[in-house]
Design a protein around this ligand. Sequence first.
Ligand code: PMP
Ligand code: GLN
Length: 390
Amino acid sequence: MVGVHQPLLTRRLTGMGTTIFAEMSALAVATGSVNLGQGFPDTDGPREVAEAAARAILEGRGNQYPPGPGIPELRQAIAGHQSRFYGLDYDPDTEVLVTAGATEAIAAAMLGLVEPGDEVIAFEPYYDSYAATIAMAGGVRVPVTLRPPGFRPDIGALRAAVTPRTRAILLNSPHNPTGSVFTREEITAIAQLAVTHDLLVITDEVYEHLVYAGEHVPIASLPGMRERTVSISSAGKTFSFTGWKIGWVTGRPEVVAAVRAAKQFLTYVSGGPFQYAVAGALGQPDAYFTALRDDLRMKRDLLSGGLAELGFEVYPSDGTYFVTTDIRPLGETDGIEFCARLPERAGVVAIPSAVFYDDREAGRTQVRFTFCKRPEVLKEALARLTALHR
Ligand code: PMP
Ligand code: GLN
């Protein structure tokens, strides 16, 4: 019989076999644990947005293949969002592409823009799809490490990582898993490096509206950057519908066309009715975005404060769904082992940040918790975690 080994692709790409998030969510269900691992909210987004999706289905909008680049209403709404929040103008017809979540946008950007052998610099710890999709494109990932407590980008290290084979810098701010938000000065320094060395910047801004301190600075808005930046975002976090998988790319026409060429053979199109709903959602008033942020800031404070009281070293999280901790003050030395045993010890699931590093040693004692859960769920998790002291 033909042997079925762990799929070669997955093994080569991630070394994990499956995604850490799926694995840990399955573990949470199997053990009845409070799941502070995978980042997804436990309350859905606005009811009127959900109703708009339901109406689209019932009224027959988007039930058949939508246009390849996305429905015009959504492309216009995305362009409108970039202009409203960042003063960036994009032509909805040639400079905007709708994708199956940011995940597909990242994959299609790699496949469409990176040639085999090209180097892509990314700050580690990095979101798991980066290593996988750079490898799918035959690219070479070049990590630059963010270090606690601030997880600030080391511009000197970034400069040193650039070689004649560097094709792109892959940026993610607000940053998953650390919660660090790069400052205007830091983004400016990265932009200058990209201009000097004529590099593309692929920027993953899915947490753009989840910033609790400082500001979100889209790198495309800096001088000389619009034409060399592929900006990626999605509706998942901004509207608390992570299952809908509506994402997008903005950039100059040639770049968007290259990403679209790859996207055509990944999904071609997806989520027709959801595209109508997200087109409407992007027009939410400012108060919506402020309330979302304030609610998550309160949850961040609740979880961060509780974890600190329990003895974790808690690094500041200025954005995203996540807070990173260090478990050494608890007498622990290995995050992977700690997270593997946490369900049985305390009935809680968290993510060992080591899986986001090439340099596993750099993240060995870091553990990521998500706070995008109802306050009572966060409190229950904190109560359970007191078991660590028994
Ligand atoms: N990038 C980062 C940094 C993320 O945390 C996520 C969340 N899953 C994604 C991309 C993927 O977004 P989407 O669900 O829209 O595919
Ligand atoms: N972005 C989510 C996280 O980091 C997970 C998304 C996924 O499961 N791929 O937890």
